[in-house]
Design a protein around this ligand. Structure first.
Ligand code: ZN
Length: 474
C-alpha cells in the first residue's frame, strides 16, 4: 500500500490511552474536554484489518452531493462535497477519508468547523457536538492535483491522469483520492455528481444521466445514483469517448468506448451485449437492482482489470486484446451488480461473496451462450484447486486470489448440486431480494441458505470454503 496510515491496533491503543487519561483526570479534577458530556470522537477507522485506516466511525452517510471540475492540461481538480450523515453516537469530532488534495473550508450545517489533515484523514471538529441520531451536513471545499494509488498486488487505482483526461477507479479503495468519503463498503449512500470538464470531453460516472449544460468552454455532466452505493463502486471517467445513450427495459443504458479503440471492434461488440447478458442474469438472480445500465471500456493499459462500478462497470483494454470478443468479463462484472453492489460486503475478508458468485456467473453465461457447461467447468476447476488456500479470510495479499474466485465458484456449484436447482435458485433470489441495497456476511448466507433449503448446510460451506483438503463431490 502506498498509504501509511494508523493501524486498527494502533487506533485501539490510542483510544485506550485516552480513556486511561480520562480516568486519571476523573479521579483528580474531573474529566474535561471531549468526554466531559459523553461526547467523544468517532473512530478513525472502520476496524477492517484488510484496509487499515479506511472508513470511519460515529456516523452513517446517506448521501454525497459532489460538484467537481477537472482540467486535464493542469491535472487540477476543484471540488465541493456536501455530505449528509447521521450521528450514530454522541459525536465530538469525526473523520473523513481524503488522500492528497488541499481543503479550504469545512462547514457542519451552516457553521464553520475546525479541520486538520494527516495520514489520508480529514478530521472535522464541529463547533457544537452532534448528538446521536442527529442528521447533519458537512460541506467540504477542496482542490489540488489528485493522486493514484499504487499497490503491488492490486495494480493501479485511485485517480489516474490519462492521455485524454482521467480515470478514478479501484478496489478496495479509490474514492478518497477525489472526494472526502467514509471509504468502506459498510457505509453505503446515494450520490449526485456534477462534473465539469472542457467542452468536447465526456465525463462518465454511475447511475442515471442528468441534463448537461455548457458555458465558457466548459461542459457540466450530471449523474445520479439513487440506490445506496459502496464508495469503491463509484467511478469517474473523463476523456474522448464514443458514448451511446439509449434505454433498456425502460431504464437508461449508457455505454462508452474510448475513441482510440476500434469503433466496431471486440470491446464495442462485447459491451453491446450488456442488455442481453443482464437479462439472462436477471432470469437466474432476480430483478436487476438498479435504475440504469451500461459499461465503459477505457484505453489506458495501467488499468489491467475490470471493476463492477455500480450500474456501469469499467473494463480495462486488455480484456479485448487481439480484438477477441469477451462477453465472459461482461457477465462477471454484471453479476456483481447483484453480488457485491446491491448485496455488499460488511468486511473485506468475505470478498468471496462477491467474486465466487461473479465467477460462477461466468460459468452460467458460458453454458447459456453455447459453450462449456457449468458442471464441466466445475469438474475442471475442482481437479486443479489448491485446497490449502481458504476462500474466507484469504489474507490481504490474496484477497484477489484464486481461492476467492475459483474456489468460491466451486462452493456455489457444490451448493447447487447438494440442494438441487429449484432450491439453489430460490436461495440466490431470496438472498438478492432480502439483502438488496444492504450488507451481509458469509454467516448470513449460510443461515439464509439453511432456512430456504430447510436443511443443515454449514458443514458443506465449511468444507468447500475453508477445509484443508479436497471435499467429497456432491
Ligand atoms: Zn469480480
Amino acid at each position: 500500500m502506498v498509504r501509511t496510515r494508523r493501524t486498527p491496533a494502533g487506533a485501539r491503543l490510542t483510544a485506550t490511552a485516552t480513556a486511561l487519561t480520562c480516568v486519571v483526570a476523573l479521579l483528580t479534577a474531573g474529566c474535561t474536554g471531549d468526554d466531559s458530556d459523553g461526547f467523544r470522537p468517532g473512530a478513525a477507522d472502520a476496524g477492517d484489518p484488510y484496509v487499515p485506516g479506511h472508513g470511519n466511525g460515529g456516523y452513517d452517510v446517506t448521501h454525497y452531493g459532489l460538484d467537481v471540475r477537472y482540467d486535464p492540461p493542469t491535472d487540477r481538480l476543484t471540488g465541493r462535497a456536501v455530505i449528509t450523515a447521521t450521528a450514530t453516537q454522541d459525536l465530538s469530532r469525526f473523520n473523513l477519508d481524503l488522500v492528497g488534495l488541499d481543503v479550504a473550508t469545512v462547514r457542519v450545517g451552516d457553521a464553520p468547523a475546525d479541520h486538520r489533515r494527516g495520514n489520508g484523514e480529514l478530521v472535522v471538529t464541529p463547533r457544537d457536538g452532534l448528538p446521536r441520531g442527529r442528521q447533519f451536513t458537512v460541506t467540504v471545499d477542496y482542490a489540488g492535483v489528485p493522486t493514484a494509488v499504487e499497490d503491488g498486488s492490486l495494480g493501479s487505482g485511485g485517480f489516474l491522469h490519462t492521455a485524454d483526461g482521467a480515470v478514478a477507479l479501484g478496489q478496495p479503495d479509490s474514492a478518497a483520492t477525489w472526494f472526502p468519503v467514509n471509504d468502506h463498503p459498510s457505509d453505503k449512500a446515494s450520490y449526485d455528481l456534477a462534473v465539469t470538464v472542457p467542452d468536447g470531453l465526456a465525463a462518465l460516472s454511475n447511475g442515471v444521466p442528468g441534463p448537461k449544460s455548457s458555458a465558457d468552454g466548459w461542459t457540466t455532466w450530471r449523474w445520479s445514483e439513487r440506490t445506496p452505493m459502496a464508495s469503491y463502486l463509484s467511478t469517474l471517467v473523463i476523456g474522448d469517448y464514443r458514448v451511446v445513450t439509449g434505454t433498456h427495459a425502460g431504464r437508461p443504458m449508457v455505454t462508452a468506448v474510448a475513441a482510440s479503440l476500434p469503433a466496431t471492434g471486440a470491446a464495442a461488440s462485447s459491451l453491446a451485449r450488456t442488455g442481453e447478458i443482464v437479462d439472462f442474469l436477471a432470469s437466474r438472480f432476480g430483478p436487476y437492482p438498479f435504475d440504469s445500465y451500461g459499461g465503459i471500456v477505457i484505453a489506458d493499459d495501467r488499468i489491467g482489470y475490470a471493476l463492477e462500478t455500480q450500474s456501469r462497470p469499467v473494463y480495462g483494454p486488455a480484456f479485448f486484446a487481439d480484438d477477441r470478443p469477451n462477453p465472459g468479463v461482461v457477465a462477471h462484472e454484471l453479476a456483481h451488480q447483484w453480488f457485491g453492489d446491491s448485496v455488499s460486503l460488511t468486511r473485506w475478508g468475505d470478498i468471496w461473496l462477491n467474486e465466487g458468485f461473479a465467477s460462477y456467473a461466468e460459468w452460467l453465461w458460458e453454458e447459456h451462450d453455447g459453450g462449456r457447461t457449468a458442471q464441466r467447468n466445475f469438474e475442471l476447476q475442482y481437479a486443479k484447486t489448491d485446497w490449502s488456500q481458504p476462500s474466507v479470510e484469504p489474507g490481504r495479499e490474496l484477497m484477489f486470489g484464486t481461492a476467492v474466485y475459483k474456489r468460491g465458484a466451486l462452493t456455489v456449484h457444490a451448493l447447487r448440486r447438494t440442494v438441487g436447482d429449484d432450491a439453489f435458485f430460490r436461495i440466490l433470489r431470496t438472498w438478492t431480494a432480502e439483502r438488496a441495497t444492504g450488507n451481509a456476511t458469509t454467516a448470513d448466507l449460510v443461515t439464509l441458505a439453511e432456512r430456504v433449503a430447510g436443511r443443515q448446510l454449514r458443514p458443506l460451506f465449511d468444507a468447500w470454503l475453508v477445509g484443508g483438503s479436497a471435499p467429497t463431490l456432491p
